[in-house]
Design a protein around this ligand. Structure first.
Ligand SMILES: NC(=O)c1ccc[n+]([C@@H]2O[C@H](COP(=O)([O-])OP(=O)(O)OC[C@H]3O[C@@H](n4cnc5c(N)ncnc54)[C@H](O)[C@@H]3O)[C@@H](O)[C@H]2O)c1
Ligand SMILES: N[C@@H](CCCCN[C@@H](CCC(=O)O)C(=O)O)C(=O)O
Length: 400
């Protein structure tokens, strides 16, 4: 019998909770806590009070508040689906109360747009000594892309050398400009300098300055831009044979034009400004005027295609494979009332939690997804709405 506490009640949490609720043999008691308790109540109504046993208001910026909720619920596992700013406070609370931990995005300090694993990896010894498991980045990217890499290394190669993760949202939500997950986190990520790993060192590029036109399965050719994404950091550490690792995301011209204008006029800044006698952060204000990502789901058409190209050596010969998933926005809406970006994150969070609860992915310490056996995770992706495919490629599709 397992009891889980989910923290956060946004787009991703709404998918995870619905998926967990369908597996009573693993998630027999589900509790939900978030800053705004009315959002938790709405989800409880939707999913059913028999499955979501209790809801709580919590400010997860403070470990002491999370500890209070954990002590009331006494869960086996905390699933952190709030924002990256809360990761450390929730990890501290998990340690204090002796509860396992899972998240989907690595820690980022609110006042510096910088995300890296150093802060969370520093908890390794504490979790190990406490006999607790912390699973980091159980979304799609990071998450499934790490598992794809581990699966390829295990089943397709003797040694992997080149990795390119590609993330295409080929969908149309009909809005002039909107982000598909938390706008503040999304825009902070996209506007950073690009970074990739080559021959043992990290190299930087100007933001979105390197482009490849790539052909995505069931979508077509899309402009794809080199960016830094957090899974690169853990994957190059855990697969030291990699000579190069890069991440690419697609953006349309209209999206980039809006972003350029917003940046140009200072609306993406995280530096507080004075506004009518009050301090406000322009990016937080922008978040308030942009559509709520969850609201995009109704009427969203098209698909995402996220995958990993891997080139390496098998039996002395070089080869390239592409492992990917297509996820259809409208099908996600029909199934759980969400769009595909929330769905592709929320389902892997449920799968990571399942494997922790059934003991297949349980080991004291702090772990990235690629450090566990990929096979049970890959099986569950096929069973729970994110089927994957492996293409053997004649050659790598990248021109650089
Ligand atoms: N790995 C991936 O593939 C991937 C992809 C998309 C999003 N994500 C991550 O998923 C997480 C959730 O994204 P989302 O789109 O659902 O965001 P969202 O903004 O829709 O939801 C976040 C939720 O957290 C709550 N929250 C915020 N601050 C809080 C606090 N201090 N205390 C308690 N609750 C708080 C909000 O009220 C909201 O309910 C984010 O960390 C995001 O970075 C990961
Ligand atoms: N899985 C991604 C989700 C973000 C997709 C971002 N692409 C933009 C492109 C929009 C456009 O070109 O119109 C999007 O918001 O979908 C992640 O991990 O960050």
């Amino acid at each position: 019998m397992s009891r889980v506490l989910i923290i956060g009640a946004g787009g991703v949490a709404a998918v995870t909770i619905k998926k967990c609720a369908r597996l009573p043999e693993l998630f027999d008691e589900i509790y939900l806590a978030s800053r705004t308790v009315s959002k938790c109540e709405a989800l409880q109504q939707e999913v059913g009070i028999d499955r979501v046993k209790g809801v709580f208001a919590v400010d997860a910026d403070h470990a002491s508040e999370v500890v209070k909720v954990i002590n009331q619920v006494k869960p086996d596992l905390v699933i952190n689906l709030a924002l990256p700013y809360q990761d450390l406070a929730i990890m501290d609370a998990s340690l204090e109360t002796g509860v396992h931990y899972l998240d989907t995005a690595n820690y980022e300090p609110k006042d510096v747009a910088k995300f890296e694993y150093s802060w969370q990896w520093a908890y390794q010894e504490k979790f190990e000594k406490a006999g607790l498991t912390a699973l980091l980045g159980s979304g799609f990217d990071p998450g499934v892309t790490n598992v794809y890499t581990a699966y390829a290394a295990k089943h397709y190669f003797d040694e992997i050398h080149y990795l390119d993760i590609v993330d295409c949202n080929g969908g149309d939500h009909g809005q002039a400009f909107a982000t598909n997950f938390n706008p503040e986190i999304n825009i902070r990520e996209i506007t950073q300098r690009g970074r990739f790993f080559e021959h043992g060192e990290w190299k930087e590029t100007d933001p979105l300055s390197v482009r490849e036109d790539l052909d995505y399965q069931n979508i077509g050719v899309r402009a794809s831009y080199l960016m830094f994404h957090e899974e690169l950091e853990s994957i190059v550490k855990h697969f030291p044979t990699l000579k190069r690792a890069r991440f690419w995301m697609t953006f349309g011209d209209a999206y980039l034009t809006h972003l350029k204008v917003l940046e140009g006029i200072g609306m993406t800044s995280i530096e507080p400004i004075d506004f009518q006698g009050q301090k406000i952060v322009p990016l937080e204000f922008l978040k308030a005027v942009l559509p709520n990502p969850g609201s995009l789901a109704d009427g969203y058409t098209g698909m995402t295609c996220i995958g990993t190209y891997i080139t390496g050596i098998k039996d002395g010969k070089e080869k390239t494979i592409f492992i990917y998933n297509n996820c259809d926005h409208a099908a996600c809406f029909a199934e759980v009332g969400a769009q595909a970006v929330s769905y592709t994150t929320g389902v892997p969070a449920m799968i990571g939690a399942s494997l922790m609860l059934n003991g297949k992915w349980k080991k004291p310490g702090v772990w990235n997804m690629e450090q566990f056996d990929p096979d049970p995770f890959m099986d569950m992706l096929n069973q729970h709405g994110l089927p994957w495919h492996v293409l053997e490629c004649d050659k790598s599709p990248f021109s650089q």
